[in-house]
Design a protein around this ligand. Sequence first.
Ligand code: PLP
Length: 372
Amino acid sequence: MLLEPFRMERMQSTWENLVEFDLSESGVRPLTLRELMAMGFDLDGFLDVPLGYSQSNGTLELRETLTAQYPGATVDHIEVTNGTSEANLVVAMTLLKPGDEVALQVPNYMQYWGVPRGLGATVNTFRLAVERDWEPDWDEFERAVHAKTRLVYLSNPNNPTGSVLSRRSMERMVRRCEEVGAWLLVDEVYLGAEIDSGRTPSFWGMSDRVIVTSGLSKAYGIPGIRIGWIVGPPAVMADCWSQHDYITIGPNKLSDRLARIAVMPENREKCYGRTREILKTNLAIVREWAAGFGGFLEWREPKAGAIGLFQYRSSAPSIELCERIRTKHSVLIVPGAHVGLESHLRIWLGGREEYLKEGLRRVGEELRLLMA
Ligand SMILES: Cc1ncc(COP(=O)(O)O)c(C=O)c1O
């Protein structure tokens, strides 16, 4: 498998620790180990645990606790991975072969642009249409999802629009995948990061063609322990586990133990509640900032997730604009071109208030030059 550069991740890996303000992030500011101890993690007890290999598809305890989130799932429906990104990778390695066709919702986290192509598959995109409040462009969807489509990838809630598909759209997508015999892979890592609305419904259980991936990185606010998971039919999970053997074997022991604490229902709600509070406060800051540009900046406020996506009224290419913002103002933001939507900027909403305000002020300086 030969993977092309993952443009957004490459840019982040290169600059995120070198700029003064990193607004390219996409989760809320992370929890600490101390906060996980307050939720019940026994650090002292862990000090004597031998650091051997952990159960490579996730400990029974972790998988059992996760089943509570996915009605009808047993421990055999779950594979625990190193982050959601590994979950997505393992699914691709399990299900795709050269010549397959994949349909990718755009804009998106573009892992399913590069990975299927690296495996020799073709990627067809379909658009979420801003003029339809980010519901799919159904003509494009029907064209992209057809008899040869092996897999459809969505992120819901979506990165970067922060939108959540309506129940009718979910049903229509599931129906189409069943008709054509495609797998529907739904990345739900932002589920639980709703700002004002109720909990996003999971695709889990809508069809036996549905596979869900998720993890601790976004709605939970714990990216650093690198835990994700796949939920799907046991036969597919067995194949995923077998692929996983070749990649990282399994998640590490400390992370598995920490994840067991985080996914306990009462702790999960605490994490989600914390995320919601951070996002509510920051959304107000960003709303006020964006209003200061008149019609030059347009956005739909996210329903979920720690990202604002702004369209700017200029023909300046987004990569060049973000590069100027980085070099002149030491702020890193994501160009729309990296998420499949030119003339947009993706800005992180999940940080501390003062950090966000100063980062936005600096971005604004460059945008005002563009307006002039
Ligand atoms: C939709 C989506 N999936 C997966 C990931 C990667 O998640 P993880 O850190 O759990 O590997 C991201 C990161 O931004 C994302 O936005």
